[in-house]
Design a protein around this ligand. Sequence first.
Ligand code: GLA
Length: 435
Amino acid sequence: MGTAVGSWQGATLAWVLVLLAGAGALENGLARTPTMGWLHWERFLCSTDCALEPLSCVSEQLFMQMADLMVSDGWKDVGYEYVCIDDCWMSLTRDHQDRLQPDPERFPSGIRKLADYVHSKGLKLGIYGDVGNKTCAGFPGSYGYYDLDAQTFADWGVDLLKFDGCNYGTQDQLAEGYRNMSLALNKTGRSIVYSCEWPLYMRPMQKPNYTEIKHYCNHWRNFADIYDAWNSVKNTLEWTALHQDSIVDVAGPGGWNDPDMLVIGNFGLSWDQQLTQMALWAIMAAPLLMSNDLRHISPQAKWLLQNKDVIAINQDPLGKQGYRITKDNNFELWERPLSGGAYAVAVMNRQEIGGPQIFSFSTSFLGNGLACNPACSIQQILPTSEDWGLHNWVSFLNTEVNPTGTVLLKVVVIGESPAEKPVMNINKKPSPDIL
Ligand code: GLA
């Protein structure tokens, strides 16, 4: 059995959840659905010169502003909760008691005060550390200090730890470090989501044991850092599909594969590519950690990131990760089983030349033939919300998708009882071609 949250109530809850889930997840009662929030890295990187870049340097002001906006601009209302600090928050040296300390110029009030501020807004605070001797950007690592650092984070009131894997030494030290930090966090008695990069650093040497990783971590990065570029999103999706046989089944309440941050609202993705990232991150049951500037974000990007129907798919309580069903020329068909026998379906057009293309597929492809058997109603969620009406197990769907874009659907099965027997709707787009 894994680690349990420190308070007695938490521990009891955790045990109940273990019994319910019957799985070997990190049962600290956290991340029952994928974590949602904001993380500074992709957008703000390691900007430490506040004289030069006062608005984008990694400072307490940046996180306070993001927390303010998360409340005032509706992000919190739709589920974004964790305001997360990434690398470069630290001072280059530990204090006289060996504790990590924030850079005094950029975090003059200290992390405890920042956590209090974030909590006063009804949000949670995330912080960053590293399993090795130094973080990826060269700040002090936690090697040799796991208990002390976990306790420091807990004392400050931190709610999530992203634990990186740079400068880790041997493979054994990497694994031991990730395990020990999980145990150390648990020992503090504070509920702290544990976000790992263990499999990413392990994979070049050894095949990750996901059952073990899930036992210690709430989510884990598998693949390279995301960039604000289509190539990066595309490669992340391709990697995930190629490895889906070994990573999909392990995901579930308490433990998730993490394909890295949402870069929607930045500079590098076209609108269709942003739709693709949002739709596929929902299909993959991915943590939704935005890395963008909430002070300057287009209404369109905000609409997409705050789309309640997509978020509902991402947060579906069944907690099953989706997978790619087929890759046919330039099209990819993905599905995710949802609670109540429903499915989310994504049709992605990978073609990077020409205009919108039509992909026709049989509903019998979906849910192993069960998603529309005997009938189903289909709702288009992205790019726009549209009712596709009723279909059955022999319907063909014609889906028009822009280059590098995605159409996201929700398919709800309709039972066989006479009362529920559907009347086929042939007027709604796309028209079902009965075989
Ligand atoms: C690694 C991680 C990134 C980010 C940087 C910070 O590259 O994978 O997500 O945390 O380190 O230095």
